[in-house]
Ligand binder design. Sequence first.
Ligand code: MTE
Ligand code: CO
Length: 423
Amino acid sequence: MSNDFLNKPASRRAFLSGSAAAVVGVAATGTARAATPDPLITEVQPWASGLGVGVDEVPYGLPIRFEDDVVRRNVEWLTADTISSINFTPIHALDGTITPAGCAFERHHSGAIELSKDDYRLMINGMVDRPLVFTYDDLERFPRENHTYFCECAANSGMEWAGAQLNGAQFTHGMIHNMEYTGVPLRTILEEAGYDTAGKWIFVEGADASSNGRSIPMEKALDDVLVAFKANGEALRKEHGYPVRLVVPGWEGNMWIKWLRRIEVLDRPVEGREETSKYTDTLADGTSRKWTWAMDAKSVVTSPSPQAPVAHGPGPLVITGLAWSGRGAITRVDVSKDGGKTWETARLAQPGDRMALTRFYLDTDWDGQEMLLQSRAMDDTGYVQPTKDQLREIRGENSIYHNNGIQTWWVRENGEAENVEVS
Ligand code: MTE
Ligand code: CO
């Protein structure tokens, strides 16, 4: 047990009031400890006998060095190179719901480019009364909105179709981030150009070499899509599409065009030239599911998990994780400690926001026995996150995209956890 744990008896005891045995345990250890003088308390420490750094030392801060393992990571064997590749958000080490931009996953098809605001142009053409080109400054003159949304790559958990594979929530579920975006509704831009109502689709592309073109139904474009230039209050980071990216709430990350260059209004989707043909799901019978844009409800326990083992013995344990749905708001998350035989309803840190990450907690008293930890999300459409087996019955094992099956962590008596499957 860490000093931290023992030096906060008041709040811990209040929390433990339901569990007499555990209260005695904490009190007993606490008493034993009090007999040994703790130099961290009794001795003057270096940080109290000198001065800290001044306010002009760090104009823009990074996390303290003790946290330097909370970083994006890639899986080398997943892709041939690091340019057309992906890295993963360290979700096992974060809390709350907002993903700091500096550790939010990146997915590029031709690398992250550097495009200045001065060099930025956004063209809108096709079935419009007035083809237009906007500069960055032009975009900032439209009324703007703020919304928090998750962005999940369709390939998130894609390595897990054939069985438990990657050992860590960062790698199984870390192709996701959740930020507060500031931007102009795409509707405003379409109206400014006078879009033709016979145009049922838009084709959008980025300024990078891959251009990552995608077709989006006009209905969605007019609904909640944002042309965004700020995330978490600051300019988008280069790797997330500076200076302007598309935000397509609830829909697969591939449609969130970075370095947004062009919007074309069309009466049909652009086939062949775009990513749509690639982003399909191969079913057991060899046929393909296509146009699966919305990300279905999903959740994962972020701690404990393989990269976040239980750091203490039996007693109070906070089980926590994330839940999200591309079709609406999370209404409930259940947690199982026995591989899905029995379930307890977790506490949502806040009522679920539409198409945004929701944090859940299960404040529990761990008996020190091994657990098969799972979480199961439900959204306001009534949808319940399926087990991996239920998903495979319909989708087979040949898919890569849209794996939203229930994740299992086997937490052992020593607190270590492993990615496993139960059936
Ligand atoms: N946009 C452009 N222009 N180029 C790209 O390679 N990758 C897409 C999408 N938009 C991509 C792009 C994919 S597959 C995903 S999952 C998201 O961007 C990832 O966004 P992020 O890098 O901000 O996490
Ligand atoms: Co993607």
